[in-house]
Design a protein around this ligand. Structure first.
Ligand code: ZN
Length: 316
């Protein structure tokens, strides 16, 4: 699950919605990096989930994608006679995780990722129509548990894990060890994408974490990013900064809406996301609730009891 379209608030973001690809066909993105797009397009996943193959003589797969026989077959075909030694997850949203079992069965690779996590927020945001990929696997047990700064290397590739929670608690981005004069490649997963904003939906999504994770990327000097959905983009630090500014503007707009009389998430969404695709109202509501949770944490709003879509809102 990735993103949320439509936005009437003035924004520093310029979405990049073009993407050169054909389903099932590997595309060389950088030395030792190929991408295969899964055929699971939706308002949340754009053209589909991106699977990346890393390495030259042996392969690590970043994000197996959805449970789709054709996609798994395309990954195996792209690897050819090169062994897939590792399967790495940026996070366990269904559209990234569900293809793991089939790829694992076909390869016997080692799995790597953040693994099991606990959710501490008692905010309840999820409407029944939250869309595909909305649920995460909270109890995944990878062979290799990765935390901030951990290195994972094999053969001719090496990755450094960056813990970037916010979209989900278990979300990792990965920096590829550069080869001489090569690009400094970042795999930001669903944390920062060029085609749209990332969904931050409580209780798994947490706005305070998301903003801190944007600042983490802003402090880096990566030159190109290959995200979980949509095409690549340059200067990830600058893109992360634009998203941070966007979120601050959104935060202010939500607070203003409540101060001017909006008393429910539904009313805030109606005011802020004018002309929203009805299929995305659920996602917009979750995003608004994530901002509200962050405002409550900062003492800008007061609410009675745990937050939910039914909470009555009033400014502090
Ligand atoms: Zn996701």
């Amino acid at each position: 699950m990735a993103a949320l379209q439509s936005d009437t608030v003035a924004s520093p973001l310029a979405f990049k919605t073009t993407m050169d690809f054909a389903y099932g066909v590997p595309r060389a993105m950088a030395p030792g990096v190929a991408r295969i797009v899964a055929n699971n397009p939706s308002p949340y996943t754009f053209k589909g989930t991106n699977t990346y193959l890393i390495g030259i003589n042996s392969i690590a797969v970043i994000d197996p994608g959805p449970n789709d026989e054709a996609h798994t077959a395309a990954i195996l075909a792209a690897a050819g006679d090169r062994k897939i030694t590792h399967i790495i997850l940026t996070h366990t949203h269904r559209d990234h995780y569900d293809g793991l079992a089939a790829l694992l069965a076909a390869t016997g690779a080692k799995t790597a990722g953040y693994g099991a996590y606990a959710v501490t927020s008692d905010t309840h945001a999820r409407p029944a129509s939250a869309g595909e990929g909305a649920h995460t696997e909270r109890n995944w047990r990878p062979d290799i548990v990765l935390r901030e700064g951990d290195e994972l290397a094999h053969g001719d590739w090496a990755l450094t894990a960056l813990h970037t929670p916010g979209h989900t608690p278990d979300h990792l981005s990965f920096a590829l060890r550069p080869i001489a004069d090569g690009p400094r490649v970042l795999f930001p997963g669903d944390h920062v994408m060029a085609w749209n904003t990332s969904v931050v939906a409580p209780p798994e999504g947490r706005m305070a974490d998301y903003l801190a994770s944007l600042e983490k990327l802003m402090a880096r000097d990566d030159t190109i990013a290959f995200p979980g959905h949509g095409g690549q983009y340059e200067t990830p630090a600058r893109v992360a900064k634009a998203y941070l500014i966007h979120r601050r503007m959104r935060d202010t707009a939500i607070l203003e809406a409540i101060r001017h009389g909006a008393t429910s998430v539904e009313q805030v969404v109606a005011q802020i996301y004018k002309g929203l695709d009805p299929r995305l109202v659920g996602a917009a509501s979750m995003s608004v609730l994530a901002h509200i949770e962050h405002q409550v944490e900062r003492g800008l709003l007061t609410v009675d009891g745990p937050l939910s879509l039914a909470t009555v809102l009033s400014a502090a």
